[in-house]
Design a protein around this ligand. Structure first.
Ligand code: NAD
Length: 288
């Protein structure tokens, strides 16, 4: 029978540790970790994500600020705001909620965020550090996937991990994190030929494509570990992943549910990054 990898449960344990560490940090340093989130426009899904991040921050004892900007905000205005926040010692993490309106260049905005405060781990410098094995703020969703696999003692060393989806925020950084765990990694995307043949060779299958119930049981090896990163809202309002849960769960040894799998882990890793950023900024200010 498939064992569920419960992202809520694992998250609550990690968040309890973060909360404890935060209390100690505040007591010792008199500094409260502070995450600042900027949202441009009023996309309902983005607003929900931002609200959840704020709630999660407050629950572990962080300060959390949300700056809401109108959809017509100019790129220059956003850049100026980020430059001010980069200099603001009371802010430890800066996150610009994506996607941004079309007239704003996302890559340019990400590059403006101080690498020390880039808690999403999207800045090209962080990406370079990740690939070079240097200390960095790792992107949240991929690190959440690895934490979940580790919690359930899933062996990664020498095993074949197949990722579907090559986005900058999920698929690509996951390659590196899985390599760091000594897995053998294959990455597939929309132009991959014979996708099923590759997915069927996976000991660990990680799916991040954004297509509801795309992966069916006949695409999965018996007893594979299946991680579903996808979040899709059906017309009925129900949330489903990229994996057809009911049928794939008859074959998989371990599987993540949607919701309640990778989603909570992503926010948990954001909390971890914010605490790390606050600690790193504090120790670099002491060493000046
Ligand atoms: P994206 O749209 O940036 O990329 C999708 C990827 O899927 C592309 O690389 C594309 O080549 C690949 N793809 C599309 N159709 C395919 C097909 N038929 N066969 C093989 N590959 C195909 O997506 P993203 O931002 O990485 O997000 C993917 C999904 O993960 C979405 O549902 C998103 O909502 C979800 N997501 C969840 C979390 C979380 O915290 N759980 C975080 C980020 C993204």
């Amino acid at each position: 029978m498939t064992k569920l990898m419960d992202g809520k449960l694992v998250s609550s344990q990690i968040r309890a540790e973060i909360s404890q560490e935060t209390e100690e940090f505040i007591k010792e340093m008199g500094i409260t970790p502070h995450l600042l989130v900027i949202i441009v426009g009023n996309d309902p899904a983005s607003m929900t994500y931002v609200k959840n991040k704020k709630k999660a921050c407050e629950a572990v004892g962080f300060k959390s600020t949300v700056i809401e900007l109108p959809v017509e905000t100019t790129e220059n205005h956003l850049i100026e705001l980020i430059q001010q926040l980069n200099e603001d010692n009371s802010v430890h993490g800066i996150l610009v909620q994506l996607p941004l309106p079309k007239h704003i260049n996302e890559e340019k905005i990400i590059e403006m965020i101080s690498v020390k405060k880039d808690v999403d781990g999207f800045h090209p410098y962080q990406v370079g550090c990740l690939v070079s094995g240097m200390d960095c703020l790792k992107p949240c969703t991929p690190s959440g996937v690895i934490e979940l696999l580790k919690y359930y003692d899933i062996e990664l060393k020498g095993r074949h991990a197949v990722i579907i989806g090559r986005s900058h925020i999920v698929g690509k950084p996951l390659i590196q994190l899985l390599l760091d765990e000594n897995a053998t990694v294959t990455i597939c995307h929309s132009q991959t030929k014979d996708l099923s043949q590759l997915t069927k060779s996976a000991d660990i299958l990680i799916v991040a494509i954004g297509k509801p119930n795309f992966i069916k049981a006949d695409m999965v090896k018996d007893q594979a570990v299946v991680v579903d990163v996808g979040i899709n809202r059906l017309e009925t309002g129900r949330l489903v992943g990229d994996v057809a849960f009911d049928e794939v769960s008859t074959k998989a040894s371990y599987m993540t549910p949607v919701p309640g799998g990778v989603g909570p882990m992503t926010i948990t890793m954001l909390l971890r990054n914010t605490l790390k950023a606050a600690k790193d900024l504090q120790s670099s200010s002491l060493s000046i």
